[in-house]
Design a protein around this ligand. Structure first.
Ligand SMILES: C[S@@+](CC[C@H](N)C(=O)[O-])C[C@H]1O[C@@H](n2cnc3c(N)ncnc32)[C@H](O)[C@@H]1O
Length: 130
């Protein structure tokens, strides 16, 4: 069943078998949707993700590990426990300035192989595994 809600992530009730795909604000970039997102929110989301994985949910988070020399607090925290996959992309095609260096990543609370080949086919990105 799919339901749509518009709320802060902390209001979502997580079930043990949930798969969570998270594309949170990139706190280390100048994107417009960061207006109401502080670096403390990265820590708040990290804590919430930890609770979700402890409950048994599988979590996939995407973001920019480093953007223009600035690291992302959330992804730095997740790097301790999550499996990191680099994504090859070129933001300069859409960047206003056009010369920024960005390392886009997908971070998983599980190994890709745990989901089976059918699930990998519908992953949102071509993962570049190290
Ligand atoms: C990187 S964008 C995601 C864009 C989305 N994947 C799309 O394609 O439209 C980050 C999103 O986080 C949302 N957001 C900001 N603060 C939030 C919060 N406290 N709880 C849940 N979502 C939030 C923003 O509204 C924004 O849409």
């Amino acid at each position: 069943m799919i339901s749509w809600v518009s709320s802060d992530f902390e209001k979502l009730a997580i079930q043990p078998n949930d798969f969570l795909f998270l594309d949170p604000p990139y706190s280390n970039t100048e994107a417009g949707y960061n207006a109401y997102w502080q670096r403390d929110d990265d820590v708040r989301l990290y804590t919430w993700i930890q609770k979700a994985t402890n409950k048994g949910a599988k979590v996939c988070v995407c973001g920019s590990l480093v953007h223009n020399g600035v690291s992302c607090r959330l992804l730095d925290l997740l790097a301790k426990d999550f499996n990191l996959h680099a994504i090859q992309c070129d933001y300069n095609k859409v960047s206003r300035v056009g010369d920024k260096q960005t390392q886009e990543v997908v971070m998983l609370s599980y190994k890709v192989s745990e989901l089976g080949t059918e699930a990998v086919k519908v992953m949102p990105y071509n993962l570049v595994t190290a």
